[in-house]
Write a protein that binds this ligand. Structure first.
Ligand SMILES: [Zn+2]
Length: 109
C-alpha cells in the first residue's frame, strides 16, 4: 500500500447507516440487479451492499441502490473498464456509436 490510487474516495455522511438501511428497506433487502437477458431481478438477500447509482457524493435515497456483493463488484469493475475504454476511444478521436452510447449511459446514472 501507499501512494494514491487515483480513485477518489468520497467520505460517507454521518448518517450513512440510516441512509443505507433506508435503501435496503426500500429495495426489500434484496439485490436490485436486473439480468439483461431475462430482466429478472437477482434473488440474493445476503451479503448486500448499498451502492451509489450516480454521483458518489449524492447520498439521496434516489441515488442509492442495493446490490449483492457479487453484483456490486461486477458493476464496479464494469464501470472502471468502460471508463477506460471510453478514454481510449476519445484519445483516438474515434467517436463510435458505441462510445456515444456509453457516454449517454454514464451520464444517465
Ligand atoms: Zn445480485
Amino acid at each position: 500500500m501507499g501512494g494514491s490510487t487515483g480513485w477518489r474516495v468520497s467520505p460517507l455522511p454521518p448518517d450513512w447507516k440510516r441512509l443505507r438501511l433506508a435503501a435496503l428497506r426500500r429495495d426489500d433487502f434484496r439485490c436490485t440487479w436486473l439480468r439483461q437477458d431475462t430482466e429478472q431481478r437477482c434473488s440474493e438477500r445476503k451479503r448486500l451492499e448499498v451502492d451509489h447509482a450516480g454521483d458518489r457524493d449524492d447520498h439521496a435515497l434516489a441515488n442509492l441502490r442495493t446490490l449483492c456483493r457479487y453484483h456490486h463488484a461486477k458493476l464496479t469493475h464494469a464501470q472502471s473498464m468502460s471508463a477506460r475504454t471510453f478514454a481510449v476511444k476519445q484519445r483516438d478521436a474515434e467517436p463510435s456509436a458505441y462510445a456515444q452510447r456509453l457516454a449517454r449511459r454514464l451520464s444517465e446514472r
